[in-house]
Write a protein that binds this ligand. Structure first.
Ligand code: SF4
Ligand code: SF4
Length: 307
């Protein structure tokens, strides 16, 4: 069973590690802007264009040096940052969304809490009775959800404030309970944002709002070789029509009916669900680079009924 769920476990580990990395980058000066000293830290060093010497020369040679420095230290790095998500999308589709994105991870945790408390993933969604808890279990998960949303969003807000306020200062303010207006705004603003998006908006944000997500979607869609999940139509007779692959898909996709789906985040949960259903590592879904370039409507299949 562990082998069958390996993909799911790997994804959870990558989500946790990336979340930890994202939240602690300022602590290690990997990336932060110190609003007090007005200095930008990148990879542990204060980043500066270092134009003073070249400007001081006041010569043609000095001007050339200034231009070169701006190209090498400002324009090229900025272009590389801008190219990250399009390139990711063209190669791996929306892999970042499914395997790394901290926000998507929080949304999935909200799905999990909703399932346990309400028996459905979203407040207004359909019930999924296989995951319904008994009354005691639902009460326990409701308490867990309240504790989570009262504590975790402000803590994340404090950690993210480290991108603009020195982490040592944040720590001092919190331990002495003397919060500055900047830190208070960061904790409340981020906290409220996380609560609203996790409880009410969830994956709608991923589908229609998130700019990095939309860039990966677009470039993944146009790239003929991007990573995607494909359904083994040749072995369709093995399908039990359990619909587990549909129920686990938090992006609301029916994975059997499509070959190329723009909202698929390559999470692989349908792969795991099908392997579990069939009790085999050989499920009906797999990852493929470029497998299936037909439009989704061309890939429609007739789904057998087991009833
Ligand atoms: S179709 Fe499968 S891989 Fe794509 S988002 Fe849904 S569960 Fe994840
Ligand atoms: S999980 Fe596998 S067996 Fe179940 S409906 Fe989906 S494709 Fe068919």
């Amino acid at each position: 069973m562990k082998r069958i769920r390996k993909l799911h476990l790997m994804r959870r580990v990558s989500q946790v590690l990336f979340l930890a990395f994202f939240l602690t980058m300022p602590v290690f000066n990997i990336l932060r802007y110190d609003s007090d000293s007005r200095q930008l830290y990148i990879l542990g060093k204060v980043w500066s264009l270092g134009l003073a010497d070249a400007l001081g020369k006041g010569t043609l040679h000095g001007s050339g040096e200034v231009a070169l420095i701006i190209i090498l230290k400002a324009i090229i790095p900025w272009l590389l940052v801008l190219a990250f998500f399009p390139v990711m999308g063209a190669i791996l589709g929306r892999f970042f969304c499914g395997w790394l994105c901290p926000e998507g991870f929080l949304f999935e945790f909200a799905d999990y809490l909703n399932l346990r408390i309400l028996g459905r993933k979203s407040l207004l969604g359909k019930n999924n009775d296989t995951n319904r808890e008994d009354l005691k279990g639902r009460a326990m998960f409701a308490i867990l959800a309240i504790l989570f949303y009262l504590t975790v969003p402000p803590v994340i807000g404090a950690l993210l404030s480290g991108y603009f306020i020195a982490p040592s200062r944040i720590w001092r303010e919190i331990t002495t309970l003397q919060l500055s207006p900047g830190l208070t705004a960061g904790m409340i603003g981020v906290g409220v944002y996380i609560i609203i998006t996790s409880v009410f908006v969830r994956h709608i944000f991923c589908k229609y709002v998130c700019a990095p997500g939309l860039m990966q979607m677009l470039f993944g869609w146009v790239s003929p070789r991007s990573l995607r999940v494909v359904f083994d139509r040749k072995n369709f007779s093995r399908c039990t029509d359990c619909r587990r692959c549909e129920r686990v898909c938090f992006m609301g996709i029916k994975p059997r009916s499509t070959k190329k789906e723009i909202n698929c985040v390559n999470c692989g949960e349908c792969i795991t669900a099908c392997r579990e259903e069939l009790g085999s590592e050989e499920g009906l879904f797999s990852f493929s680079f470029g497998g299936g370039t037909a439009r989704s409507q061309d890939a429609k299949i007739s789904i057998p009924s087991t009833s």
